[in-house]
Ligand binder design. Structure first.
Ligand code: NDP
Length: 333
């Protein structure tokens, strides 16, 4: 038997998630690798899966948790053997396939990434999908800047949703590369925290969240946006000539009320960042870089540790934007 969170629907179409005990025989037969999970996380999407606030869960009953890190106990997959230390995020795990908020998981070996040298399971999950997505954003901007000949420190880089998980890791990574990071937040009282992660300046998100002009004063050489909607539109409108915006999130909204002006008049490039189906080579590159480039003291500063039962209570909080940084879940606590 093992402990797990389980999402299910009741006969009267009600939706619930509870902490329960499951039998290993109940693990999905479709997987070819069994993992003893050590750590998982709570991301924004896990908040949606646990509360049912948006239909991210595609089959019932389902163990939520889009991230996991642990040790292989059984494998019918050629790449993996018992004892291998692995991590997993995306590929519909925690949405249509049983996920990581449990002590055991059975998954497809094709989805697993070897835990990079020098990264513990806890650190990998403190980073989680949010941090890995931040790295995908940073890698897209870096490729752009290298092609355009833009040097770190030659201009300001905007990070929106700065108080959240993607935002926190993006700030720490960009600051370590020598960039002048401006953090946009709705929590100005978290200014010391954001500067501790490496932000040079903290701005109130209200300056970006209302409808704005199609072209605004040029300010950013690059943007990491986890917020979408008017914030993304204003970020594009104030990006400097030839700059780039990496869009990965929708915390303000899924809409994009923009115009083509920044793209056709200033040559701004908008990169769409998807973490879920990113190819294995890009995942491995992102995780390797996280293992070497992310300052551990900054990661610790943005991480709060929870047990499985506390993870349930954290789900509404992350949807309400009340979680600072990252939540890592010790599934054995
Ligand atoms: P968090 O909840 O940790 O952070 C989101 C942050 O956005 C909040 O902390 C808050 O920051 C800000 N925010 C919340 N509501 C609003 C609002 N109404 N208007 C403006 N800002 C708001 O989530 P994550 O960092 O884990 O994820 C961020 C987004 O990225 C989510 O939308 C998520 O779904 C998406 N995502 C996408 C991925 C992909 O593959 N493309 C992968 C991972 C995440 P503050 O208080 O500082 O303003």
């Amino acid at each position: 038997m093992f402990r797990a969170l389980l999402v299910d629907k009741t006969d009267d179409a009600g939706y619930h998630c509870k902490l329960t005990e499951l039998d290993e025989a109940q693990l999905p037969a479709s997987g070819d690798v069994t993992v003893r999970v050590a750590w998982s996380t709570i991301n924004y999407k896990d908040g949606l899966a646990i509360t049912g606030k948006a239909p991210v869960v595609r089959s019932f009953p389902l163990v939520p948790g889009i991230d996991l890190a642990g040790t292989v106990t059984e494998s019918a997959h050629p790449r993996w053997k018992p004892g291998d230390r692995v991590l997993l995020n995306g590929f519909g795990v925690g949405e249509s396939h049983w996920g990581g908020l449990a002590q055991m998981a059975r998954v497809k070996g094709d989805w697993l990434v070897a835990l990079p040298e020098g990264l513990s399971e806890r650190e990998a999950m403190a980073i989680g999908t949010a941090g890995y997505t931040a790295m995908l954003c940073v890698m897209a901007l870096q490729r752009h800047w290298e092609t355009a000949g833009v040097a770190p420190g030659s201009g300001e880089v905007l990070v929106t949703g700065a108080g959240g998980g993607v935002g926190g890791v993006a700030i720490a990574l960009l600051a370590a590369m020598g960039h002048q990071v401006v953090a946009s937040t709705g929590r100005p009282d978290e200014g010391d925290y954001l500067q501790g992660l490496g932000a040079r300046e903290v701005m109130d998100r209200s300056a970006l969240s209302a409808p704005g002009k199609p072209l605004q004063k040029e300010r950013w050489i690059g943007v990491v946006d986890s917020v979408g909607s008017h914030t993304l539109a204003n970020a594009c409108a104030s990006t400097r000539y030839g700059g780039a915006v990496a869009a990965c999130g929708l915390a303000q909204g899924m809409d994009f009320p923009s115009s083509v002006a920044p793209f056709i008049l200033r040559g701004v490039t908008l990169y769409g960042i998807d973490s879920v189906m990113a190819p294995l080579a890009r995942r491995e590159a992102a995780w390797q870089r996280l293992a070497t480039d992310l300052d551990r003291s900054r990661l610790n500063a943005m991480t709060k540790e929870l047990g499985l039962a506390e993870a349930l209570a954290a789900a509404p909080a992350i949807l309400a934007g009340r979680v600072r940084g990252r939540l890592v879940v010790n599934v054995n606590a």
